[in-house]
Design a protein around this ligand. Structure first.
Ligand SMILES: Cc1cc2nc3c(=O)[nH]c(=O)nc-3n(C[C@H](O)[C@H](O)[C@H](O)COP(=O)(O)OP(=O)(O)OC[C@H]3O[C@@H](n4cnc5c(N)ncnc54)[C@H](O)[C@@H]3O)c2cc1C
Length: 433
């Protein structure tokens, strides 16, 4: 495949019937997060002329869509992209948002990516056997497109959020910056994945009584046998598992993020840690009726399932260490107490009583393809693709959950995916010339 499209730069302009000049490039990359920049790096390596269109600035999501205290949950030694890696003094620490944005910015500079900032793609459609990209800065024609607009463009809220009484303020992780923004009084955090547990901990610490609504979740200790749990996942090859080896790919792609936080103390932030600080846990939020929030009663089952899955994962780590002769390098096997089930979890909350002043929805994120005028989005709003080759020849995607591997959405997971996706794209260009 390689070299098929060692394309001469084909950037050119022609005039549309409207009189507006249409720029032509071989490939348009949409989005200048780490995924779009990695695509650009491999396109440059294959001499494929391209532009990276970014509606904001480089690393926009890290700058605009995250809360103040957030640190990466992946350790610094995992902070690597093609041609650049963290080389600071604290490989086991976790970057702040400012540091993360600076890292991605450095990647853009080092790779020399042809990024056009403040250029929003408002439409992508077929134009014969090419694609027509409409942007806030004029149209572009191209033969291929890499969609690297991120998997987390919009917060997901359940439909019953609309039935919450107006007296209760509602926030999403996109609106939330710090506890100072909230009035006094109780906070209901909905969702106990990475975002929910982190926000619940921070709000409880701010002196507001926090209730956490918990559904299915992935429990993990921050460290295991003296090493970061993500070291174990990496070493045991779990993140490298390929999309075509995963038993239930649809489920794997929907798996919630693990209960992890990146703190200098490397603290574990599971339900036991939260309840120890006074957070009240209740079941999954099911409905709103007459101003009352109704919660499921199945906490015991939800907790045992999360505990069981964690135990199984730790067994896998132990077995890996034993069979690979690595046992002596790490500490002794550990087991953690089961998640404590509250004696009688509340099944409803009266949202008009004043007990809850703010609801923080930590119920997940989804991509936004409202600008995409090629029919490649399924009924659930997800791109139809096979390992990043989208269901329309010449369109590719990067940075989506388990796109080609379990590590696809992580910063350090992009290199292998981007290389293979751009290989495929190169082959496509060669074959379709
Ligand atoms: C809260 C949170 C914490 C995370 N923590 C970690 C972590 O600790 N470690 C880790 O490895 N990963 C983490 N991730 C996952 C992942 O690394 C990030 O989501 C990362 O930002 C994804 O990179 P990306 O390049 O795919 O998308 P993004 O960084 O979102 O980049 C997409 C870019 O596309 C632009 N864009 C979108 N639409 C358009 C358009 N129509 N026209 C032009 N430009 C457009 C956006 O402005 C944005 O700059 C986290 C994700 C979230 C949400």
């Amino acid at each position: 495949m390689s070299g098929c499209a060692a394309a001469r730069p084909t950037r050119a302009f022609r005039t549309a019937p409207t009189g507006q000049a249409i720029e032509r490039v071989t490939t348009v990359v949409i989005g200048a997060g780490h995924a779009g920049l990695a695509a650009s790096q491999f396109l440059s390596g294959r001499s494929i002329d391209h532009v990276v269109l970014e509606r904001g600035e480089v690393a926009n999501s890290w700058r605009r869509e995250r809360w103040d205290s957030l640190r990466l949950l992946t350790p610094n030694w995992q902070c690597r992209v093609p041609g650049l890696r963290y080389e600071g003094p604290d490989p086991d620490g976790y970057l702040t948002m400012t540091e993360t944005a600076e890292f991605i910015e450095r990647f853009a500079k080092v790779s020399g990516a042809p990024v056009r900032t403040s250029t929003k793609v408002t439409s992508l459609r077929h134009a014969g056997d090419e694609y027509h990209v409409t942007t806030s800065d004029g149209p572009v024609r191209c033969r291929s497109v890499v969609i690297a607009t991120g998997a987390c463009n919009r917060p997901v809220l359940p439909p019953f959020a609309a039935a919450v009484p107006a007296s209760v303020e509602q926030l999403t992780p996109f609106d939330y910056r710090s506890p100072d923004q909230l009035g006094d009084g109780g906070v209901l955090v909905v969702g106990a994945s990475a975002t929910g547990v982190q926000l619940a901990a921070e709000l409880q610490l701010s002196g507001r009584p926090v209730t956490l609504s918990v559904g299915e979740h992935v429990r993990l200790p921050r460290t295991y046998r003296g090493r970061d749990v993500l070291w174990w996942m990496d070493a045991a090859g779990i993140w490298d598992q390929r999309h075509d080896e995963v038993e239930d790919l649809t489920r794997a792609r929907r798996l919630p993020s693990p209960q992890l936080v990146g703190t200098p103390q490397r603290t574990t932030l599971d339900i036991n840690a939260l309840t120890a600080t006074g957070v009240e846990v209740i079941g999954r939020w099911a409905a709103v009726r007459d101003g009352r929030a109704l919660f499921s009663g199945g906490l015991r089952n939800v907790f045992s399932l999360a505990d069981l899955k964690m135990e199984r994962l730790l067994d896998t780590f132990d077995e890996w260490a034993l069979t690979r002769g690595r046992d002596a390098e790490v500490g002794a096997p550990e087991r953690f107490p089961p998640t404590r089930v509250p004696e009688s979890a509340r099944l409803q909350l009266d949202l008009r009583s004043g007990e809850i002043r703010t609801i923080v929805w930590a119920t997940g994120f989804r991509p936004d393809y409202s600008w995409l005028d090629v029919p490649v989005v399924d009924a659930k709003g997800q791109l139809r693709h096979d390992g990043g080759a989208v269901d329309s020849p010449g369109i590719y995607a990067l940075g989506l959950p388990v796109l080609r591997r379990r590590k696809s959405t992580f910063i350090y997971g992009i290199e292998d995916d981007a290389r293979e996706v751009i290989d495929h794209l190169t082959g496509y260009l060669g074959a379709s010339r």
